[in-house]
Design a binder for this molecule. Sequence first.
Ligand SMILES: C[S@@+](CC[C@H](N)C(=O)[O-])C[C@H]1O[C@@H](n2cnc3c(N)ncnc32)[C@H](O)[C@@H]1O
Length: 193
Amino acid sequence: MTFLIKLLVIIMNINVLRLDHRSKRDARITTHVCLTSRAFGASKIYLSGEEDEKLMKNVEDLVKRWGGNFQVEYKKSYMNLIEEWQNNNGEVIHLTMYGSQVQDAIEEIRESPKDKLIVVGGSRVPTKVYRKSDYNVSITKQPHSEVASLAVFQHMLMDGSEFDLEFNNAVFEVIPTVEGKRVNINEEKKNKS
Ligand SMILES: C[S@@+](CC[C@H](N)C(=O)[O-])C[C@H]1O[C@@H](n2cnc3c(N)ncnc32)[C@H](O)[C@@H]1O
């Protein structure tokens, strides 16, 4: 990767759209979609399907504890969001096992300076999403999960720079260690949160 592309990756605006959330069935996996998006470098997630205030509050609380500015917003009409995103010169990457293979598509996507909206589905994804997306991208040609596909795609998009991300204003910060657990606790921020 050239220096310029590295820079582009660091300043890239990455958002995620999660389709078709069902409060009862998907609470755990949608939470994991949110946390994975954040940990791997997205600044915001849009949730569509059933509105789930409890889930959104849980994610916001986690952000307060673990830092950064990750946002979560409910969008009733995801097609409006996709259209707005593209009208504002952003591009839409829909992750699906039927798409072109990530190893073939990633370079072009990474090198484009446009903001990225990464779309992952829940149950069946409507054809209009495939048609409207700028890219339909597969992470292997086998069915698996929205969490796995997001993690691998974001990792390839960021080319590993997500490992160096800083999450500012955190109450908790893990200190990597070979054995046991070490966590720095910022008492001042803890009392404020
Ligand atoms: C459990 S799958 C359901 C897919 C659904 N059966 C369909 O026809 O769209 C949920 C989501 O995981 C993601 N996903 C699963 N396998 C994938 C793969 N091999 N490549 C990319 N994304 C994948 C897609 O975003 C998909 O919408």
